[in-house]
Write a protein that binds this ligand. Structure first.
Ligand code: ADP
Length: 457
């Protein structure tokens, strides 16, 4: 069997210390077996682009990384990936900050990745490219004559043609994606959007429901939702129950309920509306005043993109406003922190929270929803309040599904959760737990790679 070559924007070197926020690094941990190669950006920038990859080995896994020059980094990463593609693929066309130079930088960095990766490849390697930063990489590799099997998994949502064509280079982008043999998505809706977008961009013959042929190349698509290591996370949550941080949190609540939100500080996560919904809870159901607190852990993220700084200021203001309006001398409704927290500690916090609030305006999957379920005590679980616009909602239908734009609906769901009879909580949680056990991080990797290895070419 050929070697697995994973390509992602950032490579998490095993020597990197400290907490990591972001779903991708966590999901990939399972795929990287000894003998594999992981290729990507080193995280270093400022000098020149590397003229070759820097290669190291750790426990049988080879890590190959390139550095990026400051201009390319800004255009590729800050400009196009996070300033244009991220809002576009989350349906936020009004937030797109588009510059043609940035797109050129994006393509240039994808080309650079291809040029530095190609010399490291062996003929039977299977290449698995990850995510929205590398949508033109498969095509760049093909231009260099790479014939290997190439899979591309898009971790974030994909939009229908009417939204995609806001981007002037939509056609180029979709054609480049089609250079892969297999393109994977989180949900059926995302896959369908891609197929419709592809049909709007090029002449093609359909191959069954899931694929197409363009210029003699066959592109198949698949849906392989990302999951988590459920048993590992549940163990961490049980272990965390006895830890100092968890005990301190419990004692600070003095018997009150806790709702928890854990997110990167990102405008797709719907945090201002979530705060507003929490405020609405006290207006619509005043019996919960002084009986519940919200702990929102929002790890700062992408601070070199302006929108993220203004979002942070907005949340600071809103948390202050709600606390000013409702706090008592011995009770604060919103506890809001903007740093990354150790994963075991988070697992313990999830476990003692009666409500898990996962209310993104749009999200590829949302692993926090799955972590919250995994961390619960099955005999006395909390209730997940989940946005219908998270990829996770396609499967996790036993959560309380809400429209995050409707703050009153989210407030009512919290009220329902707080009053939910124990038997119903247990039954919903059991159904959700069974589902996340079906689709773990390991099964995601296996499902995608099995299909990539077998896809007819
Ligand atoms: P995204 O990939 O958009 O960040 P996900 O919900 O899919 O969203 O994945 C987020 C991952 O990052 C989860 O594993 C979550 O536990 C972790 N995470 C999010 N916020 C924090 C934080 N403040 N501290 C530590 N880990 C965090």
């Amino acid at each position: 069997m050929g070697r697995l070559v994973v390509v992602s924007n950032r490579v998490s070197l095993p020597t990197d210390k400290g907490a990591r926020a972001g779903g991708l690094a966590v999901a990939l941990e399972d795929a990287m077996i000894p003998g594999s190669l992981w290729f990507g950006w080193s995280g270093r920038r400022g000098g020149a682009n590397s003229d070759r990859a820097s290669v190291s080995e750790h426990q049988g896994i080879t890590y190959a990384t390139v550095d990026l020059g400051e201009t390319d980094y800004r255009r590729f990463y800050v400009g196009f990936s996070n300033g244009a593609l991220w809002p576009l693929l989350h349906y936020r066309t009004g937030l797109i900050d588009y510059r043609r130079d940035d797109y050129e930088g994006y393509v240039a960095v994808n080309d650079l990745f291809a040029a530095r990766l190609a010399p490291l490849l062996q003929p039977d390697d299977v290449i698995w490219i990850h995510d929205y930063q590398l949508l033109t990489l498969a095509e760049a590799l093909r231009r260099l004559g790479v014939k290997n099997r190439i899979g591309l998994f898009v971790h974030i949502p994909f939009v229908p043609p009417a939204v995609l064509h806001v981007l002037p280079e939509a056609e180029h982008l979709v054609r480049a994606m089609a250079a892969a043999d297999l393109v994977g998505f989180q949900t059926h809706g995302d896959r369908l959007n891609f197929l419709e977008s592809a049909a709007s961009c090029m002449e093609m013959q359909r191959v069954g429901e899931d694929g197409f042929v363009h210029n003699g190349h066959r592109t198949m698509t698949t849906v392989t939702p990302v999951g988590i290591d459920v048993e590992g996370f549940a163990r961490a949550a049980r272990r965390a129950a006895g830890m100092t941080e968890t005990r301190r949190l419990i004692s600070s609540l003095v018997g009150r309920a806790l709702a928890i939100g854990v997110d990167r500080l990102d405008y797709t996560k719907g945090l201002p509306l979530r705060f507003a919904a929490f405020g609405r809870l006290f207006l619509r159901h005043p019996e919960h005043l002084r009986r519940i607190s919200l702990l929102q852990i929002a790890a700062r993220s992408r601070e070199d993109v302006d929108r993220y700084q203004s979002l942070r200021r907005e949340l600071d203001r809103q948390a202050g406003e709600i606390n000013g309006a409702y706090s008592d001398f011995d009770w604060t409704p919103v506890r809001y922190m903007t740093r990354a927290v150790n994963r075991t500690t988070i697992a313990g916090f999830y476990r003692i929270a009666s409500i898990g609030l996962v209310t993104p305006l749009r999200d590829g999957m949302n692993l926090v929803a799955k972590e919250y379920i995994a961390a619960q005590d099955p005999a006395d679980p909390g209730v997940l309040v989940l946005s219908r616009f998270a990829g996770a909602a396609e499967d996790l239908t036993e959560a309380l599904i809400v429209n995050p734009y409707d703050a009153d609906q989210v407030a009512d769901a919290m009220h329902t959760a707080l009053l939910m009879p124990p038997e119903e909580r247990v039954a919903r949680h059991a159904a959700l737990l069974a589902k996340i056990r079906e689709r773990t991080a390991a099964s995601f990797c296996r499902a995608f790679l099995d299909q990539l290895r077998q896809v007819e070419r």
